[in-house]
Write a protein that binds this ligand. Sequence first.
Ligand code: ARG
Length: 687
Amino acid sequence: MWTSAAHENKAGSAGHGSTPLTMTDELTGLPLRARRTSPCDAPLKWVISECCNLPERERCRIISVRDKDGTGMKKDRFKEQFAAATATAFQQVYSKQYQAVGTAQIFDSDYVYRNLEKPKDPRMGRFAFPIFRYATLLGDSPGRISSKVAAVTNEILWSTGTNVRLVESMAVKGFLNARVDFAALAEETIGEILCSGNHYGDSDEGAGRKYVIDYSSPNIAKPFGVGHLRSTVIGNSLRRIFEKLGYEVVGINHLGDWGTQFGKMIVAFQKWGQNLTLRENAVEKLYDLYVRFHEEAEKDDSLDEQARAAFKALERNEEQAVDLWERFKSISLSEFEEVYRILGVEFTSTTGESFFNDKMEPVIERLQKAGLIKDSQGALIVELDDPQLPPCLLKKADGATLYATRELAGLVYRWESYQFYESLYVVGSAQTDHFKQVFKVIAMLEEAENLPEPQRMTSRAKHINFGWVKFGDKTMSTRRGNIIVLTDVLTKAVELASDRIMEKNPELFGKEVPIQTVLGLRRPTAVMIGVGAVLFSQLSVRRQKDVNFVWDEVLNFEGETGPYLQYTHARLCSLMRHYGGEIASTVDYSLLNNEEEERVVELLADYPQSVLDAARNYDPYFISTHLLRLAAAFNKVYQRKDAGGRIDKIVSNNKELSAARMALVKAVQIVIKEGLQLLGLQAPEEM
Ligand code: ARG
C-alpha cells in the first residue's frame, strides 16, 4: 500500500541530504522500483481500477501542488529521481562547501531538477546536468567534480532501485547525463497517456492568469484574403495552447471597421451600388465598388473630396452615412462568420476599431497631462525616445484620428478590462513599427506617470509577428484588386482532397452525405482534410518565416503536411478498430523493445515539453514539428521488418506482444489527435 509515510520518505531524502531510503512493497516485501507520489504515479493497476472510474475530465488530475514542477505540470518521476540522487551526491562529496553555502543552488534537488537539460542526441540519454559551471563555486576542476559526483550519483541510483542510469561517457565532458530504463519509461508514459487522454500535457501554470490574444482582425468590406489567414490560424492555435496550460484566454477579433476608406465606400455605393443585389457574394461586390472608386478617382479629382466629406459625416454620426456603414459591416460579418465556421475558429469578443471611437480622448488627455504630446503644424504627435522610430501621429491637422490612436485606446481598454498577464497581437511583420510605436508611447506614459510596477503593462504587450504567405506556384489567381480570396483557396483544397479520397477510399466517399458549407455541398472528410491542409500549411514553418504555399506540397498525403498527420491518425484508428481486443495500460512493457518503438515512446514522453515550447515561443510550430516526428517514427514501427525481412506486424499471434503494441498505438493516436486539435485541425477516424 501507499501511505503518507512514502511521501515523508521522499521529502526527507530529496531535500535534506540523508541517503534516500529504499521502500518496500508491504505485500511482497520486495524493493519498490521507484517512489510514487500521486494517484497518477501509483502502480498502473491501481490507476486503472480507481482513477479511471472518475469522470473523464477528472482522470489523473488529482495531483497535489507538491507533485508539480515549476511549469504547473506533473513532475517527471525519473527526472526527480535523478535530481535527488545528484543533489545528494553533491551534498556528500562537497559537504564542506555545502555547509558554507547552505541548501542553496546545486545542493538542492529542486534546483537540479529545474536546471536539467535535454541532450540533443537521444543516445546521450534523457537528461543532462551541466556540472562544469560549478567549478568556481566548489573550488575544483570540472573533470574532478564530474567523476567524483558521478560515482556517488551512480551508487545512489542503483541502491535506491530507480530506473535511471548514468551515461558514463558524458562525465568526462563536464556533464552528468542520465538515461531511463526503456520499459519503465514506456510504462510511465503510455500509462499516463491512456489514463489522462486528451489532458495529457495539461498544466495549471496559467491558473488565475489571463491572456488577451488579438488575431484574424480582417477589414470590413473587403474579401477575407489569405493575408489574414495566417493570423487567424496562429492566433487560434495559441489560444488553444494557452488554455491547455490553464490560462484563461480572451480571443479578440479587432475588425478594421473604421478609417477614411469608409468614406470612399459610401461614395462608391451611393454612385454605383444602389441597384446591386447583395444576397450573394455581397462582400465581393462591395469590394468591386471600392476598386472602381480608385480607378475613377484617377480621372476625377472631386471623388476624393467627396469621400472625405462622407467620412466626416460618418464621424459626425449622420444617419445616412451610419446606416450604410452598418450595412457594410453586417454583410461582411456574416460572410466572415461562415469562414470562421469552416475553419473552426472562435473568438471571445469581436470589437472593431470603431468601438474605440469614444475611448481615444481620455487616452489623449492622459498623454497631454503627462506632457508627452506635441503640436506639429496642427497635428498631435508623440515624439518617441527611440531614434529608430518616427513620432507617433495621434491626430491629423483636420482632427482625424488614426489606426495607432485606436490601437492605444484599445490597449489601455484591454488592460483595464482584463488585467492581462500578457496581451498578444498576432499581426504580420509589416506592422512591426506600428506596434513598436504604440508600445513605446505606453511605456513613456507609464514612466511619466511614475506608475508602480504592477500597474504597468508595457512589457506585457507583445507583437507576435509572422512572415508572408507566398503562392509560389502562381496557380491562385488574384481576383479583384490583388486579394487572394480565402474561400477560393479552401474550395480548391477541398476539391483536391475529395479527389484523393475518391482514389484512396472510394467506399468512404460513397458512404458520406454531403453537407452545405460556404464552399458549397461538400463531404465532411474532404472538408476536414482540405481545410486541414490549408491550416497546417500556415504552421509548418517558424512563424517569422514566409510560407511558400505550393498545392502539390500542402496536400501531399506522404509529405510534411496536415493530411499526412490526419492520415496517420486514421490509420491508428483503423488498427484499433480491427484489433478487437480491449486496449489497456496493464501490459508487459518490456515487450516493447525495438529501437523504433523506443523512439516513439520518447517522442510521446516529450510531447508536453513541445507544448510548453510552443507557448514560450508563441509559435505552434513546435507542436506541428513534434507531431510530424511522432507520425514518422510511428510509421517506422508500422513498416518495421523482422530479421527475415517480413513486416513485423503490430497485431500478431503473440497476444501479449500485440497487447503491448496496441497500448502504444492508442497512446500515439491520443497524442496526435490532441496535437492536431491544438493546431486547430480535426482528426478523422477514417480517410
Ligand atoms: N485590420 C488590420 C489589418 O488588416 C489588422 C488589425 C490587427 N490588430 C490590431 N489590434 N491592430 O491590417
